[in-house]
Design a protein around this ligand. Structure first.
Ligand SMILES: [Zn+2]
Length: 298
């Protein structure tokens, strides 16, 4: 069965076709145009997907979205980074009403984690965690090859652990989350740089403000990831997102160092902290994998 994977992003919506042999075909992305509002975005999406379903003999569709939704109904609970009124929007119902094939929704960072754990940097891993750096910081946990969703469907938010009780207020409403300390906006605000990639370049070049900003962010992420290692004992942690894919070791090294400084009960050599391998299509690939396994389970 060919499965269409979609990654609904703030700027662009990316799509791939996943075939039975796990080969992936990347399709042209299109502009999300979130400012048009939820109804218009979904109507446009359904129009594009309807054509692709017919053209490519698609048997199921998976879509990764930012934020959280009710696991059974697909009603949006929190939607980050897209303008307009999304909270309360029946996203899954709207997609199912417009399409003749089964549709599965998944959080975009959980989709990233599933893809990297199944076909990417942690392929074959028994227990792995995924972290995506960017505007926000997404996370996910894969246990015995299966995503761990928890009782409410929202588990895996690694970066929303409180790591700095007196720290910045996070977009989620909590004070002191790792995301608040390590998101792109926070790093940029501590330096004279315009983008988070520039902050990491400044770190690699030894610029004092950039070094301080990156070390602060790494300290917070390291507390969160150290907790994950102590609680779940992963063999691999995969870090992705724009800064990680462009910055390489300049991004990973301080995070790795901070993480292991918080781990005493798990042998450090048992955990690899590595860069993602699937590139910017990981979210769409993971959404397709989620849709494929939902069909197997049905
Ligand atoms: Zn938070």
């Amino acid at each position: 069965m060919n499965v269409l994977g979609i990654d609904l992003g703030a700027t662009n919506t990316k799509m791939v076709i996943l075939r039975d042999d796990d080969s992936v075909e990347t399709l042209d992305a299109f502009e999300t145009l979130g400012e048009d509002g939820a109804e218009a975005v979904v109507a446009r999406l359904v129009g594009v997907v309807e054509q692709l379903v017919a053209q490519h003999d698609i048997g199921a569709v998976g879509m990764g979205t930012p934020g959280l939704f009710e696991p059974d109904t697909g009603v949006v609970i929190i939607f980050t980074n897209l303008p307009g009124q999304w909270v309360g929007f029946p996203l899954l119902d709207r997609l199912r009403a417009g399409l003749d094939v089964p549709v599965t929704l998944i959080n975009d960072a959980r989709a990233f984690t599933l893809a990297e754990g199944t076909l990417g940097a942690a392929k074959g891993s028994a227990v792995m965690a995924g972290l995506t750096l960017g505007t926000g910081i997404g996370g996910g946990l894969l246990i015995n090859g299966q995503l761990f969703h928890g009782a409410t469907g929202s588990a895996g938010e690694i970066a929303h652990q409180t790591v700095d009780p007196g720290g910045l207020v996070c977009g989620c409403g909590n004070q002191g989350c790792a995301e608040a300390a390590a998101r792109a906006e926070t790093l940029i605000a501590k330096t004279d740089r315009q983008t988070v990639e520039d902050v990491y370049a400044g770190y690699a070049a030894g610029d004092p403000a950039c070094v301080a900003a990156v070390e602060d962010a790494a300290a917070s992420l390291g507390r969160a990831l150290g907790n994950v290692i102590t609680v779940f004992g992963p063999d691999t942690i995969v870090i992705g997102g724009g800064p990680a894919s462009k910055g390489g070791e300049a991004v990973l090294e301080p995070i790795r160092r901070a993480t292991f400084s918080n781990v005493t009960l798990v042998p450090h050599e048992s955990v690899r902290i590595v860069r993602a391998e699937l590139g910017s299509e990981a979210g769409a690939i993971g959404a397709a994998l989620a849709a494929r396994s939902a069909q197997v389970l049905d």
